[in-house]
Design a protein around this ligand. Structure first.
Ligand code: UTP
Length: 279
């Protein structure tokens, strides 16, 4: 079954400057936890214990976060502050972490291809940590997607209905509805203007990909914005085989920009921090 989860985390995070000038966007805290930790927790909940992170220059804090800090732990040993590190210790105990660096930021598709040596020839999940996903009423989003993968055995992409005026921020799909929350994808367009969008079903930062995607990315020319787009490779996969789009249960916050980040902060403060579930 799926064991590996890839976190492309090499992007510049320009929408969050100046905060992201010297600090990775994925380390921005939502209340008391960095975005990437929420993502790894979601992966572990789904049974994905082999965590691979694509980093870049200035991203060393990510590796330090998923490591033991002996000095710090010694300092708080025996105090009630030990509880703050219980969550991260669980991740360190139950997951393995491996890293590779993307030396040129040529887009999300290219970042995923950079992770190929860590993934090999097996299906894997992809999490964009700046999309924070939570489901208070049941399975996390990746858990829902892993269950679907078991049924369909092909790439699964998470989608969400968005305001039709907002399509130019997303990859947008067209497809045939096969259940009220599942579509067989026919085509995809990266960041279409509202008048060109085939639907208002937008791709968000959770994917399960079959490993043939790597060869397809290799054959993909730079697309919108001069970047190698994962949507272009997925489009080929959809045409040659099968890609399913899944309207997940839960909420998603776009923490790559200030508005979504503040919404996520308020949500997590109310639902996790105040209720003592934040560590
Ligand atoms: P974004 O489109 O959010 O780009 O990338 P970004 O650079 O992180 O942020 P902005 O738009 O400049 O503010 C989506 C995901 O893909 C990763 C990013 O780290 C993010 O998780 N990515 C993107 C890479 O790892 N490498 C790239 O070359 C591009």
């Amino acid at each position: 079954m799926i064991k590996k989860c890839l976190f492309p985390a090499a992007g510049y995070g320009t929408r969050f400057l100046p905060a992201t000038k010297a600090m990775p966007k994925e380390m921005l805290p939502v209340v008391n936890k960095p975005l990437i930790q929420y993502g790894v927790e979601e992966a572990l909940d789904a049974g994905l214990t082999e965590i691979s992170i694509v980093t870049g220059r200035g991203k060393r804090a990510l590796e330090d976060h998923f490591d033991i800090s002996y000095e710090l732990e010694n300092q708080i040993k025996g105090t009630d502050k030990e509880k703050y590190l219980v969550g991260i210790r669980k991740l360190l105990d139950e997951c393995s972490f491996s890293y590779t660096r993307q030396t040129e930021m040529k887009g999300l598709g290219h970042a995923i291809l950079t992770g190929r040596p860590l993934i090999g020839d097996e299906p894997f999940a992809v999490v964009l940590a700046d999309d924070l996903c939570v489901n208070l009423d049941g399975d996390g989003v990746l858990t829902q997607m892993v269950k679907l993968y078991k049924q369909f055995r092909c790439s699964i992409i998470a989608i969400q209905e968005v305001d039709p005026q907002e399509t130019s921020k997303y990859g947008v799909i067209a497809g045939e509805m096969i259940r009220d929350d599942i579509y067989r994808v026919h085509s995809m367009v990266e960041k279409p203007k509202p008048e060109d969008a085939p639907s208002n079903l937008a791709i968000i930062g959770r994917y399960i990909l079959t490993p043939d995607i790597f060869d397809l990315i290799e054959q993909t020319e730079p697309g919108k914005g001069g970047e190698i787009q994962i949507t272009d490779a997925l489009m080929k996969q959809a045409q040659n085989g099968c890609v399913m789009a899944y309207k997940f249960k839960g909420k998603r916050f776009d923490c790559g920009g200030a508005e979504g980040y503040i919404e996520a902060t308020n949500f997590c403060f109310e639902n996790f921090y105040k209720t003592g579930k934040a560590y």
